[in-house]
Write a protein that binds this ligand. Sequence first.
Ligand code: NAD
Ligand code: LMR
Length: 442
Amino acid sequence: MKKHSVVIAGGGSTFTPEILLMLLSEEERFPLSELKLYDNDSERQAIVGNACAIIMKERAPHIKFSFTTDPKEAFTGVDFVMAHIRVGKYEMRSLDEKIPLKYGCVGQETCGAGGMAYGMRSIGGVLELIDFMEKYSPDAWMLNYSNPAAIVAEACRRLKPNSKVLNICDMPVGIEDYMAVICGLKSRKEMQVRYFGLNHFGWWTSIREKSTGKDLMPILKEHVSKHGYLHPNLDASHMDEDWRSTYEKAKDTWAISPDFMPNTYFKYYLFPDYVVSHSDIKYTRTDMVRDGREKRVFGECRRITKDGTAKDSIFEVGGHATYIVDLACAISNNTNERMLLIVPNNGSIINFDPTAMVEIPCIVGSEGPEPLVMGEIPRFNKGLMEQQVAVEKLVVDAWIEGSYLKMWQALSMSKTIPSVEVAKKILDELIEANKSFWPKLK
Ligand code: NAD
Ligand code: LMR
């Protein structure tokens, strides 16, 4: 089988060590000849890179490993770019959360004003990675899961229409893992789903057991109407209180569109008042992640480097991230696997904007994704999606045109912001905070 050369962009991410372990655990179907880490922050890259070098030496000496901040070195001779960058890092994510909250609005990584601010930072970073890839490895594919995926994907559609970039999200995968537990199945791969929506903004319309065709929606509806996606058999050790409440809230989200199963992030759009009243502006999600995952991962990286061994490492295989290998294998081995990707609508959702980037099932093979037709969608879901897709498109307009007005319209359009006046106040403060990241808006 062909051995692949892979670069992980955003190599200093807290997710990198467990993704690396996941890649090693999948070597049978996705063999590697070389693995490189790339980041534009040499300090973060060194923390993670030094530890990963030890892991690789001990567990996979046959794979060439390196880490670098030099794009030419990173992007030369690769088959796949796995991209998970966070432009502005946690410092800026913290402001994305806290600035909207100051005005009584949802402050979140990808939803609402915070997501738009993050989008304005991410577009340039992701486009730069595409340029590096196309310059140094023109035949490579980029598998992008940098957020906010909806806005990044729309920017790719507009500005890099012919690039080999696939935008994918782990959220539906994670929820499907939980659905499988609720239905008593061993794996989400035993299910076949139909789904429509935008990224972080969609619904399952059908979930069946693959081998028998059995309809699993009645079991799921019964369960989710009472408990959301929580279940006693779920491994709660990986779920902090914040995520627990998000999974539980799916119960209320389900009730307003009960024919379908909802994505959990509707919480932010359908219950913004609830979200704000349960937020603490002094301690938002960023603070939780920094005190939790970042401390744990960086602490462990430093320990491995100091001890010179990863033998007793607490790092585990990032199991749920195997969807990234599924995608790489689909392209490399032409597996024609059915996966949810963020792709141009082009008529898949018949009564929805053909130019929208939608999240829908696709058959993925060597030529990329072939989207499946999801048909007509009901007025309620369509109405919500139309408002949200306008927000996402206006943000990309604002980035391309350097337009203050478009960005103000985007914020004003969001379901998470109550008025044009509040939108302006949030925008002006976001502009000030993002001076070194956003294009200048006029
Ligand atoms: P992180 O801050 O720990 O790591 C991101 C890394 O990207 C940092 O080391 C940073 O220096 C680097 N970076 C920033 N700008 C860069 C650039 N222009 N070029 C190269 N490197 C750059 O963040 P994290 O929490 O690990 O998240 C990383 C990304 O992955 C985020 O966008 C996050 O939202 C996303 N994510 C996506 C999914 C998904 O499935 N869609 C799941 C989890 C996280
Ligand atoms: C978040 O904070 O929501 C993401 O970075 C994912 C996570 O698990 O922390």
